[in-house]
Design a protein around this ligand. Structure first.
Ligand code: F0G
Length: 460
C-alpha cells in the first residue's frame, strides 16, 4: 500500500446503537408518493441514512446524558440556567443570556426587539427562518454576501464573507438609521456551509459601528466556523478553537443561537447580548413567547445537556473529527466526478442539482426532485436548498429563483460511521449514472410560510 496521509479518527466510541430499517425501492416509491415528493413529510422510520439535517439530530455523550439526570426542574431560578449562563459568558463572551426552545425562538424575539417596520436588515445570505422573522417584524432582508458565495464552484477559502462595498452601498442608499442591524451567519448554511474569516468579521464590525449599526451573529455553527479560521487564516494556527470562537463573537453585539447544531443537543437555543436595554426587552418578551427568563421553553435537563454539549463542542479534537468526516464524504463524491459545492463546507455536502440534472429547468425544481430520487433509490434522506426553500419575493409575490439549486446532504454530529458515508457516496454515484431518466416536479400545495417544510409535489 502506498504511504498515505495519516487518517483521522473519532475521539469517542459507540456505547449504544439504534437499529435502522432496511427497505426496498418499491416500498420507498410508495412512501415518497404518500409524502408528496417532499422528504420532510416522510416518516423517519422509513429512512435508512438520515442526512436531512444536522439540527437536533446529534448523538449526546455519556457526560451529557448524566447531566440530564441532574435537571433542576424548578419553575424559576433553575441551577442549570445559571450554569448555562456562566458557560455562555465563558465561551461566547456575551453578558446577558435568555434561553429559548430553539434558534427561531431567539430570532423571533430579537427581530421584534430591534426591527421597526420599514427597516432593512442586511446579512451574508438569507437563512429561511431568520428572514421569515425579519419580514414578520416589518423588515426587508438585503443580501450583502460576496458574489463567489452564489456560485457552486470555486476555491475561495471564506466564501461566506460580507462584501463590504455592498454593505456600504446599502448604508449610503437607505441611511444608517433605516438599518436595524446586520446579521452574520458563520458558516453560511444556504451557501453550502461556507465560513467567514476573522478579518472580514472585524471589518464588518468596524464599518457597522462607524455608522452606529449593531452586528448580530447567527452563532448556530460558529464553533465550526472557528475551525475553518484555525485551518485557513494566517495567524490562527496555534490558537485554540475556544480563543478563536470568543474573539469572533467579540465583534458582535448580540447572537441568536440554535443549540441543536454546534451544541450537540436535540433541543435548545438562546439569545445573548451585551446591551442591557436589549436584554431587558428580550427578558420581557420571553415570558410571552417561550417561558420564564430562566428556562425559555426548555426543561432544566435540556439546559444542562446544552451547557455540557458546549464544553465538548469547543474541544479542538472533537471539531477536527466533525469537519473531517464531512470532508471525507465530500471527497468521495468529488473523486467520482459528482458536482458538489466547493470548497466542501462545514455541516454537510451539497449536490449541485443544476449540474446533476442539467435537463430539468429550475421551474421544475431539480433539487427537490433529486432529493426525492435519492430517497427512492437508496433510502438516504436529504433536503432541497434551492427554489422551493427560497420562497417568494415579499413585495411582488414572484417565485425567487436563486442561483444555487442544491440538495443538502447534512451530517449529524457523532451519529454515522465512515461506512455509512461510503454507502451514501456509492448510492449517489449510481443515481448520477442514470440521471438522464430523471423527471422534474410540479408543486401542487404551497403553504404560506417556509413552504419547503410542508409543500407537496407531483412527478411530471
Ligand atoms: N440559523 C441557521 C443558520 C440555521 O441553520 C437554523 C436552523 C436556524 C437559524 C434556526 O434554528 O431550527 O433551532 O429554530 N437550521 C436547520 C437546518 C433547520 O436544517 O439547517 P432552529
Amino acid at each position: 500500500m502506498a504511504k498515505k496521509q495519516k487518517p483521522w479518527a473519532e475521539p469517542y466510541k459507540i456505547k449504544m446503537v439504534e437499529p435502522l430499517k432496511v427497505t426496498n425501492s418499491e416500498y420507498r416509491l410508495e412512501k415518497m408518493k404518500e409524502a408528496g415528493w417532499n422528504t420532510f413529510l416522510l416518516h423517519s422510520e422509513d429512512v435508512y441514512i438520515d442526512l436531512l439535517t444536522d439540527s437536533g439530530t446529534n448523538a449526546m455523550s455519556d457526560y451529557q446524558w448524566a447531566g440530564m439526570m441532574l435537571g433542576d426542574e424548578a419553575y424559576a431560578g433553575s441551577k442549570n440556567y445559571y450554569y448555562l449562563e456562566a458557560n455562555v459568558q465563558k465561551y461566547y463572551g456575551y453578558k446577558y443570556l435568555v434561553p429559548t426552545h430553539q434558534g427561531r425562538g431567539a430570532e423571533n424575539m430579537l427581530s421584534k426587539a430591534l426591527i421597526k417596520p420599514g427597516d432593512f436588515v442586511p446579512g451574508n445570505m438569507f437563512f429561511t427562518t431568520t428572514r421569515q422573522h425579519q419580514e414578520i417584524a416589518g423588515g426587508t432582508f438585503v443580501d450583502v454576501i460576496i458574489d463567489e458565495a452564489h456560485e457552486a464552484k470555486g476555491t475561495h477559502p471564506f466564501k461566506g464573507n460580507v462584501d463590504l462595498q455592498k454593505f456600504e452601498n446599502l448604508i449610503n442608499k437607505v441611511g444608517a438609521d433605516k438599518i436595524a442591524y446586520i446579521t452574520i451567519g458563520a458558516p453560511v448554511n444556504m451557501a453550502g456551509g461556507q465560513p467567514v474569516s476573522m478579518e472580514n468579521m472585524k471589518q464588518v464590525h468596524a464599518l457597522a459601528h462607524k455608522h452606529g449599526i449593531k452586528v448580530v451573529l447567527d452563532a448556530t455553527r460558529n464553533i465550526e466556523n472557528a475551525y475553518f479560521i484555525q485551518q485557513r487564516e494566517p495567524g490562527y494556527q496555534n490558537k485554540s478553537l475556544a480563543e478563536i470562537h470568543k474573539e469572533f463573537c467579540s465583534y458582535s453585539d448580540a447572537a441568536t443561537m440554535s443549540g441543536k447544531k454546534d451544541l450537540l443537543v436535540n433541543i435548545g437555543g438562546f439569545v445573548a447580548c451585551n446591551d442591557f436595554e436589549v436584554f431587558e426587552e428580550l427578558r420581557n418578551m420571553v415570558v410571552v413567547y417561550e417561558g420564564l427568563h430562566t428556562y425559555g421553553g426548555l426543561a432544566g435537563r435540556d439546559m444542562e445537556a446544552m451547557s455540557r454539549g458546549l464544553e465538548e463542542a469547543i474541544q479542538d479534537d472533537y471539531m477536527a473529527s466533525r469537519i473531517k468526516q464531512v470532508e471525507y464524504f465530500g471527497n468521495l463524491l468529488l473523486d467520482a466526478g459528482i458536482p458538489i459545492v466547493e470548497p466542501i463546507g462545514g455541516h454537510g455536502v451539497f449536490l449541485d442539482a443544476k449540474r446533476f440534472y442539467p435537463h430539468i429547468p429550475q421551474t421544475e425544481y431539480p433539487a427537490q426532485a433529486l432529493a426525492a430520487h435519492l430517497y427512492i433509490d437508496s433510502g438516504i434522506r436529504a433536503m432541497e436548498r434551492g427554489a422551493v426553500s427560497a420562497g417568494r419575493n415579499k413585495e411582488t409575490g414572484e417565485n425567487n429563483m436563486p442561483n444555487l439549486e442544491l440538495v443538502r446532504l447534512t451530517v449529524p454530529r457523532r451519529v454515522y460511521t465512515q461506512s455509512h458515508f461510503d454507502f451514501a457516496a456509492y448510492s449517489i454515484v449510481e443515481l448520477f449514472e442514470k440521471r438522464e431518466q430523471a423527471k422534474g416536479l410540479k408543486m401542487v400545495y404551497e403553504p404560506k410560510y417556509l413552504r419547503f417544510f410542508q409543500a407537496r409535489f407531483e412527478s411530471l
